[in-house]
Design a protein around this ligand. Structure first.
Ligand SMILES: [Zn+2]
Length: 211
């Protein structure tokens, strides 16, 4: 990344913070500068709290041993929740997608997080994603009746969905895909609740024609 400002006015520590903010999505040089100067004006204990929360996020967060979602326990709250229907697994790319799908309030099954999508141009193949854990989960739990592929509706998300469909086609499990209510090329995390509810309710069986 090109340094924002080489002027000697910018102290090394301040510059470092500005550069850190610039790495965040949607933060341009001006915003990064404004945030860094804002922190400089904050009370010391508030800055410490902010800094600790960043450090704790990385050191205390694990991946759930079942669904691979971020968790503070070995098995996450959703996976131990007996009111959830564990015969359904909704496969998503990122933890953020769970938040969006769950908030729609019409899905009460479980989730599985792949942590990305297949992207040959970025050198990401199936082995870089948590697909192996999904297969193991399916092999262990004979109660699973349906896998809902809820990867994003862009090129990479579709490629990932097709790959999952292929490797799961030999099983008796129903494989469905979110309906086309979502705008093509869009990310689930930006979809509104009505669109998400429609996409879930009208999901289509994608294995029907190959069985
Ligand atoms: Zn879990």
């Amino acid at each position: 990344m090109v340094p924002l400002n080489n002027s000697q006015f910018f102290l090394t520590s301040l510059n470092r913070l500005i550069e850190s903010f610039r790495r965040l999505p949607g933060v341009g040089p001006k915003t990064a500068q404004r945030l860094a100067f804002y922190i400089l004006k904050m009370q010391e204990e508030d800055v410490k709290e902010f800094s600790d929360s960043l450090t704790d996020l990385k050191s205390q967060i694990l991946y759930c041993d079942i669904c691979q979602n971020i968790s503070e326990k070995v098995t996450c709250e959703m996976c131990i929740d007996k009111t959830r229907d564990d015969s359904l697994i909704c496969v998503v790319e990122d933890p953020m997608d769970i938040y969006v799908l769950d908030k729609a309030g019409i899905y009460n099954g479980t989730f599985h997080v792949l942590h990305g999508s297949i992207s040959p141009s970025r050198g990401i193949g199936p082995e870089e994603l948590r697909i192996k854990q999904l297969i193991e989960r399916i092999e262990k739990n004979t109660n699973i009746k349906e896998i809902i592929i809820a990867t994003n509706l862009n090129l990479e998300g579709e490629a990932t969905g097709m790959y999952l469909q292929q490797i799961l086609s030999h099983t008796k499990i129903k494989i469905t895909r979110l309906a086309r209510g979502l705008p093509s090329g869009s990310d689930i995390e930006y979809a509104d609740q009505t669109t998400i509810s429609h996409a879930l309710n009208s999901r289509v069986d994608i294995n029907e024609n190959i069985k």
